[in-house]
Design a protein around this ligand. Structure first.
Ligand code: COI
Length: 349
């Protein structure tokens, strides 16, 4: 692998106590290109603009997918990824759906390991601090023929981050007009276009005082699917409920980790359809105790209220909430405070 390092780091210009998600990037990036049926072994380069042809297919047809991962620094200055094999698998699953050639495991992990070691100073210790890692691939071939490309570019860029919404508890709007994904579509993939399609309805929700949307099934708008950047969990009585993944719901890695941890700690977990009617009914009877989101960027995020039509339903804050219990267990693994669980820790060597 070719390595081309920067002359002077930008790190001293960064205020690590005041980070807005996704605005600042580390000194380097990893890049590999796909041409003539194969990926190059890749190169570490200074983080800087890349040149893209005006006819690159991605700009016209949106053939692009991405992943979100985090690297954590332990008290002993060791670097850990959390279940990166799952991100790698999902990366290629998303690629497959968008007719993008799969990336080799070796290229992905060699690039990632090297990059994290080179930019390790950018990863700060302490709960909430992490390096958000964004691997992505796009169709770079210059051609506006509406079919899959023959040339692609794969990059990994990294951004120091705090948690996505800070310590805020958010309010979400249940969406009944727009849909994020439909059966047979690309909802399960981390396709760039899934996010673009969510921006307009989310903008409307933000204007109405919410931070995110809860997406419902595209047929009846009654079964709950996921929120903008998160999977969703509901605590009803003492049961933890989440919608089963499907072709319209992202198979979240934090989501599946929460399920496994909750089961391990004896919490009753159900992966089953959950509807708006049910959560409104349970809210009215006082049984709906918590709603929270899970995702790489947010980790675990409590939701304090949800809006449905003209009604706002607010949840009482729980002292010993299931969400804070599970978040702590997860964080303890991520920051290497507790023992490993099911081989989830991946140490950068
Ligand atoms: C992640 O949690 O990694 C996401 O995909 C959210 C991102 C779109 C900000």
């Amino acid at each position: 692998m070719k390595i081309n390092l920067i002359e002077k780091s930008r790190i001293d210009d960064v205020d690590f106590t005041n980070l807005t998600f996704g605005k600042i990037f580390t000194d380097h990036m990893f890049i590999s290109e796909y041409k003539n049926g194969k990926w190059s072994s890749g190169e570490i380069r200074p983080y800087k603009n890349i040149s893209v042809s005006p006819s690159a297919r991605v700009l016209h047809y949106g053939q692009a997918i991405f992943e979100g991962m985090k690297c954590f620094k332990s008290e002993d200055d060791d670097l850990f990824l959390f279940r990166p094999d799952e991100n790698f698998k999902r990366f290629n699953k998303s690629s497959q759906r968008l007719a993008i050639p799969e990336i080799d495991e070796k290229i992905f992990f060699n690039g990632l390991n090297k990059l994290l070691k080179i930019d390790s100073e950018w990863i700060k210790k302490g709960f909430g601090n992490a390096l958000y890692i964004r691997p992505f691939v796009y169709a770079s071939e210059p051609s506006i023929n509406a079919s899959e490309a023959n040339e692609y570019t794969f990059l990994i860029i990294c951004s120091p981050s705090k948690s996505y919404y800070g310590d805020m508890e958010i309010s979400v709007k249940i969406e009944e007009k727009y849909s994020r994904a439909a059966k047979g579509g690309v909802g399960y993939a981390k396709a760039a276009g899934n996010y673009a399609a969510a921006f307009y309805p989310t903008k409307l929700a933000i204007e109405q005082g919410f931070q995110q949307i809860i997406w419902t099934d595209s047929n009846n708008h009654n079964a709950i699917e996921e929120a903008g950047t998160m999977n969703l969990f509901f605590v009803i009585g003492n049961k933890l409920i989440t919608s089963p993944t499907s072709d319209s719901i992202l198979d979240g890695i934090t989501r599946k980790s929460i399920i496994e941890l909750a089961k391990f700690y004896g919490i009753d977990v159900y992966e089953r359809e959950i509807t708006i009617d049910e959560i409104i009914k349970e809210h009215k009877s006082g049984n709906l105790k918590e709603i929270f989101g899970s995702g790489t960027a947010v980790v675990v995020l409590p939701i304090k209220s949800f809006g449905h039509r003209d009604q706002l339903y607010t949840l009482n804050s729980e002292k010993n909430s299931i969400s804070s219990f599970l978040k702590e267990k997860l964080n303890n693994i991520q920051y290497n405070i507790s023992n490993d669980f099911e081989n989830w820790k991946y140490k950068i060597n």
